[in-house]
Structures are given as C-alpha cells and as structure tokens.
Write a protein of this length. Structure first.
Length: 203
C-alpha cells in the first residue's frame, strides 16, 4: 500500500499558521524578485475602427483591458504589451502619424510611455506612406511596450490601450486596414494576435 501524508495545517516555530487546508496564509512571505501573480489578456479577433476624428485619442479598443489587484503594497508590476495594428483614412490616403499609449485607471501611465512633459507621449508610433495605396491598405506592424510600474498600495489597477490618428480615418487591430478584406481575406490578409501581460513582483 502506498503511504500518504495528510496535513490540515502547517505552523512555524512561533505557532503561526503558514498553511491551512492546502492554502498559504497571509503569514507567508516571498523573497524579493518572486512573481506572486500573473494577469494575461489576449485578443485574436480581426477588428476595424472607422470614422475616427483627426487628432483625437480614443479608448474604445477595450479588448486588452487587464485588471490587477496587488497583493503587496510595495510590489512592482511588470507590464508587457504587444499589439498588431495599422491605419488608413477612409479614402485610403495617409493617416499621418498613428499613436498608441498605455493608460492606467484612465490616466496616461508615465512608466510605460514617453516623457509626459513633452508632446504626444506614447509607446508606439507609425506613419503611413502618402500615395502608396497598397502599403496603406495591406500593411501591419507591432506596437510593443514593457516596463515596471510601482504598485503604490493595494488599489486595483486597470491597464488599457488608447489610439490616435493624426488625419483621422480608420485603425485596424490584428489585421490590415483594407475594407476589401472584410469579407474575403484572400491570400494576404492576416488574422493576428495582441496581448497584455501583468506580473506582480515582490520587493
């Protein structure tokens, strides 16, 4: 007969309960650098947002919104985002610059974007080529960011991506911006993936 060790709880030398019914208690501490929780969101759907006003930040791409509640107030949150995107005006001409920025609880996150004391802080920017309709319609690129954000307490935090088109028009996520591929992807139009990961790291 195989043997089995059954334990209802574990206590330290000071009689503090460290584990009860298989679950660690709040008395357990982790070493610095230990990942104590991970939150992950992915989006694999082809999306197109049209009729965007020029030079306006939009928050309607909510499919990567990721929420975390820190376990320790002094933790660091390692945030990593990869998003497939591109843009075009509604008449297939240049959108000018396309910006992406990372938000935390509805405000721009200074640790994950450029200098917030300067114009247009973001984590990714691209610019479509004027006159090259083929490039405008069928191009994609990856916007990526990563960085450490202080937990600064136990308040729940939601990270999200906003976008802005200099000349308005449309932005695509996980696909090219050509409306011709809405019903037929042919042999060239991709179905991509965008992800957002948050890891809480104990200090």
């Amino acid at each position: 007969m195989p043997s089995a060790l059954r334990i209802r709880e574990l206590r330290d030398l000071n009689d503090n309960v460290m584990m009860s019914d298989g679950a660690l208690t709040s008395g357990v501490t982790f070493p610095a650098g230990h990942v104590v929780q991970v939150k992950y969101t992915s989006d694999k759907t082809r999306r197109l947002f049209s009729g965007r006003t020029s030079n306006t930040w939009y928050s309607d791409y909510t499919y990567l919104n990721t929420t975390i509640t820190p376990i320790y107030s002094d933790s660091l949150l390692f945030v990593q985002c990869n998003i497939m995107y591109y843009g075009s005006t509604d008449t297939d001409t240049s959108t000018g610059s396309i910006f992406l920025r990372m938000m935390m609880n509805g405000s721009i996150c200074p640790e994950l974007n450029g200098d917030t004391n300067q114009s247009h802080p973001c984590f990714s920017q691209s610019r479509s080529v004027v006159g090259d309709v083929s490039d405008l319609q069928y191009h994609t690129q990856i916007g990526a960011c990563s960085g450490l954000v202080p937990a600064s307490g136990l308040t729940t935090k939601t990270f999200s991506v906003e976008y802005r088109l200099q000349s308005g028009g449309r932005i695509s996520i996980n696909r090219d911006p050509s409306t011709a591929t809405d019903s037929n992807q042919g042999s060239h139009s991709p179905t991509g993936i965008s992800t957002l990961t948050i890891m809480e790291i104990k200090q």
